[in-house]
Design a binder for this molecule. Structure first.
Ligand SMILES: [Zn+2]
Length: 235
């Protein structure tokens, strides 16, 4: 199939999807035309296998999104910082989910000694630094796939720490109980695991109640944010 055919297919598919959604939920697009009030900011990888709204079983309007190669969060990257600031300060999301994934090309490249070329090598420098800081632990993992997942976990944790050190996020945590979660998604089974490296459910964190539970419902499943972290239930 050529690329033009793929695009034509995508356009036709969009038309069917819009018709199906209107039929299934008649008020959806009218409501969306009047604005957005998403509860979740998702920071994930650009990888085609991790489409956040789909894997969460949610709808347009439910998730504000920033995705980049290997979900790297850098305080000097104006692109991601603008998205994060808008979501936290203006949309006042209740949750930030940083999600890495298995079989991530960015993590694989950072674990290899070969150059990718172009701008990618510079972009994944933070991953390479993480690899060097944790060389011993990573080298001890003999399975290449598992090693890449471990680096993805370390990267998520580092992203969560960076977010929790950002002044407007510290403020939102203190003033209205914003929760930051770190997760890893398994592309081989479609499940997300909460790494529990954020501030949700931790004692002594201002603005966060340990037994507070919030449910974000989708059509095919629901995401439960509770004291034990985030979990996904399929209906
Ligand atoms: Zn990736």
């Amino acid at each position: 199939m050529g690329s033009q055919d793929d695009f034509e297919y995508a356009l036709k598919s969009n038309e069917s999807w819009a018709n199906y959604k209107s039929h299934q939920n008649p008020g959806l697009f009218e409501k969306l035309a009047n604005g957005q009030s998403p509860k979740i900011l998702w920071i994930g990888c650009s990888d085609s296998r991790v489409p956040e709204t789909t894997i969460l079983g949610l709808h347009p309007g439910d998730v504000f999104v920033h995705r980049n190669v290997a979900n790297i969060i850098s305080p000097t990257d104006i692109n991601s910082q603008a998205v994060i600031e808008y979501a936290v300060v203006h949309l006042k999301v209740s949750h930030i989910v940083v999600c890495g994934h298995s079989a991530c090309g960015g993590c694989g490249a950072a674990l290899s000694d070969a150059r990718v070329g172009g701008v990618i090598d510079a972009w994944i420098t933070p991953l390479k630094a993480l690899r060097k800081q944790n060389e011993e632990e990573l080298k001890a993992i003999r399975d290449e796939k598992k090693r890449a997942v471990r680096l993805a976990e370390m990267n998520v944790k580092s992203g969560v720490e960076s977010l929790l050190s950002t002044y407007f996020i510290e403020e939102a945590v203190r003033e209205r109980g914003l929760k930051v979660h770190g997760c890893v998604y398994d592309v081989a089974c479609g499940r997300m695991t909460d790494l529990k490296c954020g501030n949700a459910g931790k004692k002594g964190v201002a603005g966060v109640k340990e037994d507070e539970t919030e449910i974000v419902k989708g059509n095919h499943g629901m995401l439960v944010f509770g004291g034990d972290g985030a979990s996904m239930t399929i209906r």
